[in-house]
Design a protein around this ligand. Structure first.
Ligand code: ADP
Ligand code: MG
Length: 266
């Protein structure tokens, strides 16, 4: 065990080196090392591991905050039995993050409430854990941001921000029509990230409806061409999880449009 003055000095030295976790744990570890007759190497390894784990924890907290996820849901929390059209093995393969390394994309298509955003976030959390920068933005939110950026002359800055992360999650494509400047911006974004940065996109619209969504068939086709070239498509055909309990209790009778599969691969 370190003598009181030695222990104080050790703690202060570690604090001045900004090794706060080591400073907090060094005394207890010294005692444990003496009791269990650790070698110097074991002691040092244990001490450094504590610091490393604390730093990793802090890094993850910061990058997760920066990722701007709307809620925190993991892949482990996804009930695959409820949504049999989602093949668990395909999601597990995506969770290996090989698609990020190759700059491929993931598309979740399907009606509202079937877990598109949940799965996108689950993959985002996996990427963050692996130390890959991730950023989430919904397309309706992006539409607002882009129109403000256009007025302030800051579109280039926005483009750079969205090109930077290794994984970009574009959620809810299709809920709002895309006017020409937005459609052009999205096309440029997909073109710039093509084969370089992974995109995870969710949409309630089938590809055949994207022409109308973009109000320009040629632009929509050019965007889809790049998006789908290297892409895993997860087409979810099923019932809304949100309405599950309401449906079970008989409170809610969904309109046929919600029950139908909204998206099909073209
Ligand atoms: P979508 O993006 O397809 O509209 P969400 O991913 O937002 O749907 O899902 C709606 C809510 O239901 C979320 O709270 C999500 O966590 C939950 N949810 C959806 N599907 C499942 C599932 N299969 N297992 C567990 N939770 C689910
Ligand atoms: Mg969603």
């Amino acid at each position: 065990m370190a003598k009181p003055s030695e222990a104080d000095q050790l703690r202060e030295t570690l604090q001045s080196l900004k090794l706060d976790c080591m400073a907090d744990t060094v005394e207890a570890l010294c005692e444990q090392a003496a009791k269990e007759t650790w070698t110097y190497a074991t002691f040092l390894t244990r001490l450094l591991s504590e610091e490393l784990a604390a730093r990793e924890h802090r890094r993850l907290a910061v990058t997760t905050k920066m990722a701007h996820l709307p809620f925190h849901k993991t892949l482990a929390q996804f009930d695959f039995a409820f949504q049999p059209s989602v093949d668990k093995r395909r999601i597990q393969e995506l969770a290996s993050l090989r698609f990020v390394a190759s700059g491929s994309n993931v598309l979740f298509l399907g009606p509202p409430g079937v877990g598109k955003t949940h799965l996108a976030i689950g993959l985002g959390l996996k990427a963050l854990e692996a130390g890959l920068s991730t950023y989430f933005v919904s397309v309706p939110e992006l539409i607002d941001q882009i129109s403000q950026d256009a007025q302030r002359g800051q579109l280039l800055k926005r483009m750079q921000q969205l090109c930077k992360p290794r994984v970009l999650i574009l959620d809810e494509m299709g809920y709002l029509p895309l006017e020409r400047p937005i459609a052009t911006f999205l096309f440029q974004l997909v073109a710039k990230r093509y084969e370089k940065g992974a995109i995870i996109l969710s949409s309630n619209k089938s590809f055949s409806e994207w022409g109308d969504l973009f109000t320009d068939q040629v632009l929509a086709t050019a965007l889809l061409d790049r998006l789908l070239h290297h892409c895993t498509l997860i087409n979810i055909r099923g019932q809304s999880y949100r309405l599950k309990e309401k449906r079970q209790s008989g409170v809610f009778q969904p309109p046929p449009a919600l029950e139908a599969t909204a998206a099909e691969p073209s």
